[in-house]
Design a protein around this ligand. Structure first.
Ligand SMILES: Nc1nc2c(ncn2[C@@H]2O[C@H](COP(=O)(O)OP(=O)(O)OP(=O)(O)O)[C@@H](O)[C@H]2O)c(=O)[nH]1
Length: 548
């Protein structure tokens, strides 16, 4: 069973429970039977599933259940905690720091996705402003250096390797020395793999590790290997000092439960999961957001981080405009460009609270990308003064036709884009001006959150409705169904109605801290700190640090 289905099945079991007139031990047993069955079908290790069952049963003890007014909540919370425990070894992962000159060595079996993941990780930290270099110490597989070279060039990452040197230890040492001399922040060393766990591979790994003394060794494991994950992870762990793990191929039909739970059981934290072959298909892994997303409760940590990566706030003109409640066509173009850089919109969407995996079905990500590209062509055909306007100038048909000709689209397509722009302009006006919701946030509340993030929990989102938090934002966007419609519309999924592109951007700009006093971004960081903390200790994503 793939993980999306697992989430849906757990949700459905919980819903069945909430429909029960009497929630007693029998009902809890039935729930656990259904959930444990689903976990086993997702390849989660039998031993771990059994442990989960016992733990939930112990947590939800009969007396407490009888006394509690909200039984479903008690059970749901216990289950949520146990699902998190299943994928979380409770270890803070190592994270590179700018200016520290860290060396990270990648190990794993052949074809597990090492080289691809090296590049994804390099690109990830490059986006965080680090100087990153890649070294190819794989002399075993012909073509390995060419592959790394190609990947690195595509991502504009400097690389080091050799066609002549046959000794991987020598190449690794030379590459690390070169990048250290050039003051690189992060040096990623890709090593060779083998078809199976064999002594020769482990000996080579040990030699390279002894020579370059990595600050962290990342074990890359194919997420589709099911129950075999357990022994593979343990074998690598025994041979090299595995600091962290990346599980690849978690897209498509990977069951993934085996790899994730087995790895967590070995005591090394999973830091990322690979979700496709493209550069951006790397999701930071942290237990609570992962479980939350799986259950359709969103991943606010990931969303905040992705939005931070867009660096919308670096666009000072736009931020000034938004604060004044103004939104020009150029502002829209700049935001869309930032969004496009982050990879498929479906990824952002999956992080939205309330966006269950089922809701994502029927969404055409290619269509959304095509639409955004056509918008870019439209913007490119506009003059500077048209871009700086609110779009009303296009009531002049001659102008509209000129831009349509220049961009190769129909006038009606431009009108559709202008309509979305107008909708967003209205939201910006409501939010950004002196009476906007950004100005209504309560500083005392923010301070309290900063002092005691541990007190926060997901319910906080609800409580914040009164002071202009997520809930209010969602309400402004037409309620949850409005958000869903809007997202579907954006994604080309024919949702109809809804707020169009505007709402999404409203959310983005909200989070980017337009509210002074630290902003939505920090607020969300704080909330997520209480919800489960940033897996990277504020480093892997840096999301927790804010910019105060
Ligand atoms: N669908 C999907 N494919 C992936 C992912 N990560 C890697 N791949 C693909 O898996 C294949 C093997 O990936 P590589 O990066 O070459 O694997 P490797 O571990 O470096 O292999 P060796 O260099 O031979 O040891 C390639 O076709 C990748 O595109 C992922 O997250 N999802």
């Amino acid at each position: 069973m793939v993980l999306n289905e697992l989430g849906a099945r757990i949700n459905s079991a919980l819903q069945t429970l909430s429909r029960e007139s009497v929630i007693d031990e029998k009902a809890v047993d039935a729930l656990l039977r259904e959930i444990c069955g689903a976990l086993l079908e997702s390849d989660v290790n039998v031993r771990l599933v059994q442990q989960l069952r016992l733990n939930v049963k112990a947590l939800v003890n009969k007396d407490e259940l009888a006394a509690s007014a909200n039984k479903r909540k008690v059970i749901q919370n216990a289950l949520f905690d146990e699902l998190c425990r299943l994928v979380d070894p409770g270890v803070q992962p190592w994270v590179p720091r700018k200016g520290k000159q860290s060396v990270v060595m990648f190990v794993g079996l052949q074809g597990s996705g090492k080289t691809t993941s090296c590049t994804k990780l390099a690109a990830y930290y490059k986006r965080k402003g680090m100087k990153v270099g890649m070294v190819c110490a794989d002399t075993f597989r012909a073509g390995a250096f060419d592959q790394l070279k190609q990947n690195a060039s595509r991502a504009h990452i400097p690389y080091y390797g050799s066609y002549n040197e046959a000794d991987p230890v020598q190449i690794a040492m030379e590459g690390v020395a070169k990048f250290k001399k050039d003051k690189f922040d992060l040096i990623i060393v890709d090593t060779s793999g083998r078809h199976k766990q064999e002594a020769e591979l482990f000996a080579e790994m040990e030699q390279i590790a002894a020579a370059i003394k990595p600050d962290n060794t990342v074990f890359v494991m194919d997420g589709t290997i099911g129950q075999a994950a357990d022994s593979q992870a343990r074998a690598f762990k025994e041979s090299v000092d595995i600091g962290s793990i990346i599980i690849t191929k978690m897209d498509g039909h990977a069951k993934g439960g085996g790899a994730i739970s087995a790895v967590a059981a070995t005591g090394s934290p999973i830091i990322f999961i690979g979700t496709g072959e493209h550069m951006h298909d790397l999701d930071r892994f942290s237990a609570r957001p992962f479980v939350s997303k799986m259950l359709g409760m969103g991943d606010l940590t990931g969303l905040v981080e992705t939005v931070q990566d867009m660096q919308l706030d670096k666009n000072e003109d736009m931020m000034k405009n938004i604060a004044k409640g103004v939104f020009t066509l150029k502002d829209m173009r700049d935001q869309l460009q930032s969004i496009m850089k982050m990879g498929p919109l479906s990824k952002l969407m999956g992080m939205m609270p309330g966006m269950s995996p089922e809701m994502m079905q029927g969404i055409d990500a290619d269509e959304s990308t095509r639409r955004l590209r056509s918008y870019m062509c439209i913007f490119d055909s506009m003059t500077e003064s048209e871009l700086g306007s609110d779009g009303k100038v296009f009531e002049d048909e001659a102008r509209l036709r000129r831009v349509a000709r220049g961009s190769g689209v129909r006038p009606v397509d431009i009108q559709a884009m202008l309509h979305q722009h107008k909708q967003f302009g209205q939201i910006v006006k409501r939010m950004g001006g002196p009476k906007g919701m950004l100005s209504k946030m309560n500083p005392a509340m923010m301070q309290q959150m900063a002092k005691n993030p541990g007190a926060m929990n997901p319910n906080m989102l609800k409580q914040m409705g009164g002071m202009g938090g997520m809930q209010k934002m969602i309400q402004q966007m037409g309620g949850m169904s409005g958000v869903q419609n809007m997202m579907k519309q954006m994604m080309g999924g024919g949702g109809g109605g809804g707020g169009g592109m505007g709402g999404m951007q409203e959310m983005m700009s909200q989070m980017m801290g337009g509210g002074g006093m630290g902003g939505m971004q920090d607020m969300m960081s704080q909330m997520m700190g209480g919800f489960g903390g940033f897996g990277g200790g504020g480093g892997a994503g840096g999301s927790g640090s804010g910019r105060r």
